[in-house]
Design a protein around this ligand. Structure first.
Ligand SMILES: [Fe+2]
Ligand SMILES: [Fe+2]
Length: 273
């Protein structure tokens, strides 16, 4: 089974890159399942229902989020009725929407996707380790699920690495999101779980985390806000990972970073030809 994960979509340029390039990628690599983090898709802050629909229409199977999940207030409503939209699973009880769901991939495989948020330098949420454990033990790999994808939306690489090792051997992929910068630690862990501390973003890298660079630089220089953060509009890089899943175990046979377009050096999975 062939799985693609793409990091946080940032603004219009990120959205357009996904919408324009994803159908071709699905076709070229015969992708069975696609997960994309969409938390910054609407002007850098949250995601609207219309964008959710556009990204799903382009071929995504699931849209995950993070701390920006509800920046667009309409998400409080559509989160309830859109099963392909996930917000962090460790939000307090009563938060609209869901943080995990079971999907059927194009090859018929049952894929559990869990979105969780870290707690280091982030909002104080419920324990993400316990929350993910609950979801994974309710739908274990090789029993109710043929593959399991964890989008761990977190700031600290220590917390991300810890969650990766904690889940190694029990899930297909643990991938970090939120920092928007792809890390170079992509590998299959000893137990067979594919791992990368951060997937990077789908956005313009000639920026500060996808935002026009002038205002963030000014704020570091003076500590006085003098404008709003606006998504940077240059050509976007699609950043993420490609995972070749072993169909008998549901674990990762191979994983590769992926970067297409924009100012970053291109990286494509070699194992799919
Ligand atoms: Fe983000
Ligand atoms: Fe985030």
């Amino acid at each position: 089974m062939r799985l693609l994960f793409l990091g946080d979509i940032v603004g219009r340029t990120g959205r357009n890159a996904v919408i324009e390039r994803l159908p071709g990628l699905i076709d070229r690599y015969k992708l069975d399942f696609v997960v994309i983090n969409g938390e910054n898709a609407a002007g850098g802050f949250g995601i609207t229902e219309e964008i959710v629909r556009d990204v799903l229409d382009a071929g995504a199977d699931v849209i995950t989020t993070g701390n920006h999940a509800f920046d667009q207030r309409e998400a409080l409503v559509f989160a309830e009725r859109q099963p392909q939209f996930l917000r962090p699973v460790n939000y307090p009880l009563g938060t609209p929407g869901r943080g995990a769901n079971l999907f059927v991939a194009r090859n018929g495989a049952r894929v559990l996707v869990v979105n969780a948020m870290g707690r280091i330098y982030m909002d104080a949420l419920d324990d993400p380790f316990a929350a993910i454990d609950r979801e994974v033990s309710a739908c274990p790999l090789g029993e109710q699920a043929d593959a399991i994808v964890i989008d761990f939306h977190a700031e600290a690489t220590s917390e991300k690495q810890a969650i990766g090792h904690h889940l190694d051997g029990r899930v297909t992929l643990v991938v970090g999101t939120h920092t928007h910068v792809p890390t170079s630690d992509c590998r299959v862990l000893p137990g067979g779980t594919a791992y990368q501390s951060d997937a990077g973003m789908c956005g313009d890298y000639d920026s500060v985390l996808g935002m026009e660079k002038e205002e963030p630089v000014r704020r570091f220089l003076t500590k006085v806000p003098s404008g709003r953060f606006q998504p940077s509009g240059g050509p976007a890089t699609l950043c993420g990972l490609a995972v070749e899943v072993d169909d008998t175990t549901g674990l990762a046979r191979a994983v590769s970073p992926l970067a297409i377009g924009g100012v970053l050096e291109e990286r494509l999975p070699t194992f799919w030809g």
